[in-house]
Write a protein that binds this ligand. Structure first.
Ligand SMILES: *Cc1c(COP(=O)(O)O)cnc(C)c1O
Length: 367
């Protein structure tokens, strides 16, 4: 069977170093807020190209802490509107709700699946205070137009970089393009830990300091509490593992790009739409999304032939029960993507033979 993602093999590919790193922490007797966090934060900030990286418990918390910190700093207040793509993973939107901010959904571009820069301005109101762009599927969502809108309307630009570690826009890494960025190191992400983990990158000293405090009970100094915080720390074992895997991230992403190029060149079935890549640096293929109007049939056909695929995502955020009030809203492009998208297997450990099997099966599929 060709797995969607063989995580055991991914870990094994750097197994010796990962095991050494884990043992080092286990034997050190120091498990939180120590040298491993310090080293990973330093290396990750340098990699992304920001002044600060702050390790936190997971990607959703990373988004949450950015917005919560801006509220504590007086830059945002509950009721402010934040523009966000309608087709993102729901974890981009939940932290807005948690902080009393108002998510304003904007349609994606049907060709890129990223937020449509041409549709943002119409969604801006006097209450709009930020844009949360999401580099969905591993592709850069930032455009100069989005940067210009943020300047013109004095909006914060926040990046959800959960799916795009290593991606670049004109030579700069995603995660360094706006005021702050959230990163998830969930095991299946391009840079994945062996459990939950996340981080924030920013050049803003005050934001970094506020987030460090919020994610550590709201404490600015031991036993001195400035905010009603939570415990949302990155542990030493995960930091040590991430620091090992960071060294191989560019090579791992290069392999993803090669596989994507094989798929794009190889898949010729006219019933299937493959992604269009205009800038090789600007897509790290966390996901390889294809579209077909017989998505469920193709999923079943591939499964029957031993190929695991996943849908990202089957139900749009505005159709979810947790956002009942939005269920009547209409976002036709987003809904079309949710109805037609299928993610093919892709990972740094996939072999050429496996990729060719998937290509041949898809080309032989009679829709
Ligand atoms: C994975 C993901 C998150 C959430 O990250 P966790 O570490 O799972 O909390 C947020 N946004 C996007 C786009 C994601 O893919």
């Amino acid at each position: 069977m060709i797995k969607f993602l063989d995580l055991q093999k991914v870990t094994e590919s750097h197994g010796k170093e990962i095991n050494e790193a884990v043992s080092r922490v286990v034997n050190s007797g120091w498990y939180l807020q120590g040298k491993e966090n310090e080293q990973f934060e330093k290396d990750y900030a340098e990699y992304i190209g920001t002044k600060h990286a702050i390790g936190v418990a997971n990607g959703l918390d990373a988004i949450n802490w950015i917005f919560r910190a801006y509220i504590e700093m007086g830059r945002l207040k509950p009721g402010d509107e934040v523009i966000v793509p309608a087709n993102t993973f729901i974890a981009s939107i939940l932290p807005l709700s948690e902080n009393g901010l108002v998510p304003v959904l904007v349609e994606p571009d049907i060709n890129t699946y990223e937020i449509d820069p041409e549709k943002i301005e119409a969604a801006i109101t006097p209450r709009t205070k930020a844009i949360l762009i999401v580099h969905l599927y591993g592709q850069c969502a930032y455009t100069d137009k989005i940067g210009d809108l943020c300047k013109r309307y004095n909006l914060l630009l926040i990046e959800d970089n959960a799916q795009a570690h290593g991606c670049k826009f004109k030579g700069r890494r995603t995660g360094s393009l706006g005021n702050a960025a959230a990163h998830s190191f969930y095991p299946g992400k391009n840079l994945g830990a062996l459990g939950d983990a996340g981080g924030v990158t920013t050049d803003d000293d005050e934001l970094a300091k506020t987030i460090r405090a919020l994610a550590n009970y709201g404490s600015t100094k031991k036993y001195v509490f400035k905010y009603l915080g939570r415990n949302s720390r990155l542990d030493e074992i995960q930091a040590a593992v991430l620091d090992v895997k960071l060294k191989y991230l560019d090579a791992d992403n290069e392999r993803r790009k090669q596989i994507a190029e094989m798929y794009i060149k190889g898949i010729t079935n006219p019933a299937v739409i493959t992604p269009k890549v205009t800038d090789r640096d600007a897509h790290v293929f966390h996901i390889f999304p294809i579209r077909t109007n017989k998505r469920n049939e193709l999923l079943k056909y591939l499964a029957d032939n031993g190929v695991q695929t996943i849908i990202h995502y089957p139900i749009a955020p505005h159709k979810q029960e947790c956002y009942k009030d939005w269920n009547g809203w209409s976002f036709p492009i987003s809904e079309q993507i949710h109805a037609e998208e299928l993610s093919l297997p892709i990972s740094p450990v996939m072999t050429d033979e496996e990729v060719n099997v998937v290509i041949q099966l898809i080309n032989a599929w009679e829709s």
